[in-house]
Design a protein around this ligand. Structure first.
Ligand SMILES: Cc1cc2nc3c(=O)[nH]c(=O)nc-3n(C[C@H](O)[C@H](O)[C@H](O)COP(=O)(O)OP(=O)(O)OC[C@H]3O[C@@H](n4cnc5c(N)ncnc54)[C@H](O)[C@@H]3O)c2cc1C
Length: 394
């Protein structure tokens, strides 16, 4: 086991070793742009308008933000990113990021594509997980009806059965090829049927070890208790839990809807509440590692560092296969590469898909990296520090 010492994420030479000077300057340019709220808003609405008008802007998007945040338009095109990350001990989670699919044919095609990412995982140790969103293979309206326990029509019952078969086909492929699969968490008003499917699959396929992972959003007041309840159920029924732990991505939307519809917000009232529950979920999982395998999906330096401390305190090897760290491609390289260098299991979500279809994902990244009250984003500070360091060395 490696010597226990406090990990830091300061070393930008490790964080950006994989980036050439040119790639680093490009990343600096992109983050400088998205960092300005008005430029980011202007660029986002211009791209949306251009797409609506059918203007040929895909080339420019592809060579800039897409290139930074995505692996490519296909699994094959993403191979370059897979190899690049692998060189530094970081795995790739191929995330087929096509959103807004509505037809049954589209849901089937997405299912086939996700199964291809699992097959890719079987061939390559550098692709340790696969992932999917239930809304990619089932209608959101149907999920909302199921969540609200509304009466379904005969057609809807059949549509749900097809969606369930798709989820089963993905999890079965995960089991056959022994490539774990992550079920992303989405909005609270569709999450109950997603959880129900994930638990059904865990009970079926997690008999020997965690292959199917459900996601717990710790910004939800209920999630820590849900994790504990999941542990009780899995113990009683004798299966393993895969738990991707995240804070949660839809805070503004959740709060706005709760206010509009007049129900109490399911999200913690402040950041501290989310942070406390996230870190408590790490403690709970580490204490129950005999039954729970985790993926810590976070860009929060403290939480990642805290998890390494918990592992050291509990004599858990850095490379223990039940504990993974994950970040998004193009973000928080300081966390991913410094962890990997210390021998921890690290993987990055590498989104891929046709440029046009991946746009909603890119808009979210732009919004997330826009400065708060004029401060530079952490990404920008790190990139500039590394550029300065390289310049001083020359
Ligand atoms: C590998 C990976 C997988 C992911 N998968 C999912 C997924 O399946 N589903 C999903 O929803 N998200 C997912 N996310 C996104 C994640 O939920 C967070 O939105 C994102 O990572 C930012 O949180 P953080 O822990 O990285 O860092 P931080 O910057 O420390 O936390 C920001 C987060 O804290 C919470 N927060 C911020 N302000 C407040 C406030 N005032 N009150 C209460 N809470 C607050 C919000 O959740 C916010 O996103 C994933 C992220 C990663 C890296």
């Amino acid at each position: 086991m490696k010597q226990a010492h406090k990990i830091t994420f300061e070393d930008t030479s490790i964080a950006f070793e994989y980036k050439s000077d040119k790639a680093l300057r490009k990343a600096n340019f992109i983050f400088s742009l998205v960092n300005h709220p008005w430029i980011s808003a202007f660029a986002t609405s211009s791209v949306k308008l251009a797409l609506k008008l059918g203007l040929p802007i895909e080339g420019i998007v592809k060579s800039t933000v897409f290139d930074h945040f995505c692996g490519g338009e296909s699994i094959q095109e993403s191979e370059r990113a897979v190899q690049l990350l692998a060189r530094y001990g970081v795995g790739t989670i191929l995330d087929y990021s096509v959103e807004g699919e509505k037809s049954e044919g589209g849901f089937d095609r997405t299912t086939d594509e996700i199964i291809r990412t699992i097959e890719k995982g079987r061939e390559s140790k550098d692709v340790p997980f696969s992932v999917f969103k239930v809304t990619g293979i089932c209608s959101t309206e149907l999920l909302e009806k199921l969540h609200g326990k509304q009466q379904l029509s005969v057609n809807e019952v059949e549509a749900y059965e097809r969606a369930r078969r798709r989820v089963n086909a993905i999890c079965e492929a995960s089991s056959i090829h022994q490539v774990p699969v992550l079920v992303d968490a989405e909005e609270t008003w569709i999450q109950d049927p997603i959880d129900a499917l994930a638990y059904e699959m865990m009970e079926k396929y997690n008999r020997q070890k965690a292959l199917v992972f459900n996601t717990f959003q710790l910004y939800r007041k209920a999630s820590l208790q849900n994790l504990k309840n999941a542990h009780i159920a899995a113990t009683q029924k004798n299966y393993f839990i895969g738990a991707k732990l995240v804070r949660g991505a839809y805070m503004e939307k959740e709060r706005a809807r709760a206010e509009e519809k007049g129900y109490p917000s399911p999200i913690h009232d402040d950041k501290d509440g989310s942070d406390k529950d996230f870190n408590s979920s790490l403690v709970f999982s580490i204490e129950h590692l005999d039954r729970i395998s985790i993926m810590c999906g976070s860009h929060n330096e403290y939480s990642n560092q805290y998890l390494t401390e918990l592992m050291n305190k509990n004599n858990i090897a850095h490379s223990d296969k039940r504990v993974w760290f994950a970040q998004l491609f193009g973000m928080s390289d300081n966390i991913s590469f410094n962890l990997a260098k210390e021998g921890y299991n690290v993987a990055k979500y590498v989104p891929y898909g046709p440029v046009r279809a991946v746009m909603p994902y890119l808009f979210r990244r732009a919004a997330e990296n826009t400065s708060v009250a004029g401060q530079s984003s952490r990404e920008l500070i790190l990139l500039r520090r590394e550029l300065k360091r390289r310049k001083a060395k020359k």
